[in-house]
Design a protein around this ligand. Structure first.
Ligand code: PLP
Length: 393
């Protein structure tokens, strides 16, 4: 008889957003017509940039004539997009060749699929609080997980020490949910640690475009990273592609383990397991990196950052301790009065109709903390900030 992947039985119920939806649904049933100020889910609210829309339309038209029609695309990405992304790195001082860039349909897909490159016996070290998919993808793969906790004591930026041992490590900077971002010296410590042990860093750079301080946007800004890191990127938050889907992954050719090139292995994997990403989407994605596209996406990011400022001003005035907001679209607050994160969720929903995300959903060390997303509507964010201030002051 067939045996399913029994590791799935080890997954915990993924109840975070389901539970939030249930609680808000119940509230609305009891209070019909009430407007909720939603700052929970990390989905964007602004539409795609007009440069992207124009490129998508043009690409649809390309598919309508024999001369410009495209069939299957190259599995690792269209050369025009791989070159464009390599150029984006070059402008920021990093030399990558286009064949070190792999076009993907998003970071989530890659974070799970990339595990094909590593043996099950490897131990995965996961910084926490973190995006829950890191843990679940490794449980599904049957891998042993070690948790790398963080908290106010290390500014939510855990660093390596002699006691830490693992083969794969997940780093996310700027971090979801805490908004904390590593500086060069700190990332340098992780790169040195990984190179010493032959470990591989999976660096999630989904929020690099939100960095406004002088901090690294990419692990490849750190000398030595080319021999120990894979970078996973997404246009979801950078350019509003959550519902359009496009991302990219960088695997340097210098990254080898046991005499095998991880870049060559990923080529083999993609050419077997995918038939490439839609031509239309790749044209839309390339438009993000044009001068006009960059200007437009940064205008949207500026609007989200205004939301962050409004919320941070309210939290400052209310004397609430928080992290993030500056280099990330998330603000991570300490629940006032030692409240637990679901109790605080209930209080905000019931008393001021504001919806956020309880920190406990991002790992045990998220208990006692709460995440606000700044991707919401600016008018709603202003009203939510005013209500928060009144409640918490
Ligand atoms: N990585 C992090 C840290 C995220 O927060 C998210 C989405 O919220 C993703 C990856 C997934 O991105 P994508 O939409 O490209 O799958």
């Amino acid at each position: 008889m067939l045996t399913p992947n029994l590791s799935y039985a080890n997954l915990k119920e993924s109840y975070l957003f389901y539970h939030i939806a249930q609680k808000t649904g119940a509230y609305l049933e009891e209070h019909p017509g009430t407007h909720l100020y939603r700052m929970g889910i990390g989905d964007v609210s602004l539409p795609l940039a007009s440069a992207v829309i124009a490129a998508l339309h043009a690409a649809v038209d390309d598919q309508g004539t024999k001369e410009s029609f495209h069939g299957y695309m190259p599995e690792c990405g269209a050369p025009f997009l791989r070159e464009t992304i390599a150029e984006y790195y070059k402008k920021r001082g990093m030399n990558l060749s286009p064949d070190e860039v792999f076009v993907s349909s998003g970071a989530s897909d890659e974070l799970g699929d990339i595990l094909d490159l590593f043996d099950r016996s490897n131990t995965a070290l996961i910084m926490e609080p973190a995006y829950p998919a890191y843990v679940d993808a490794n449980i599904m793969a049957g891998r042993t997980i070690r948790h790398l906790p963080s908290g106010p004591y290390n500014h939510f930026l855990p660093l390596p020490d002699e006691s830490i041992d693992a083969d794969l490590i997940y780093l996310c900077s700027p971090n979801n949910p805490t908004g904390a971002a590593y500086n060069r010296e700190q990332l340098g410590q992780w790169v040195a640690w990984a190179n010493e042990r032959g470990a591989v860093i999976l660096f999630d750079a989904a929020y690099e475009a939100f960095i406004e301080e002088d901090l690294p946007h990419s692990i490849f800004e750190i000398p030595g990273a080319q021999t120990c890191a894979i970078e996973i990127c997404s246009l979801s938050k950078t350019a509003g592609f959550t519902g359009t889907r496009l991302g990219y992954t960088v695997i340097p050719k210098a990254l080898e383990r046991s005499g095998l090139s991880l870049n060559a292995m990923w080529v083999r994997n993609r050419t077997t397991k995918t038939n490439g990403i839609s031509y239309i989407l790749q044209r839309g994605g390339a438009a993000v990196f044009t001068e006009e596209g960059q200007r437009q996406i940064h205008e949207n990011i500026r609007i989200y950052k205004e939301n962050a400022k409004v919320l941070m001003a309210a939290l400052d005035e209310a004397g609430i301790r928080y992290w993030g907001g500056k280099n990330a679209p998330y603000i991570w607050i300490q629940c006032p009065g030692g409240m637990d994160s679901w109790a605080f969720f209930d209080r905000l929903l019931n008393e001021i109709q504001v919806v956020g995300t309880p920190g406990e959903g991002f790992g045990a060390c998220g208990e006692g903390f709460f995440r606000f997303s700044t991707f919401g509507d600016p008018a709603d964010t202003r009203e939510a900030a005013a209500r928060l201030l009144k409640l918490l002051k």
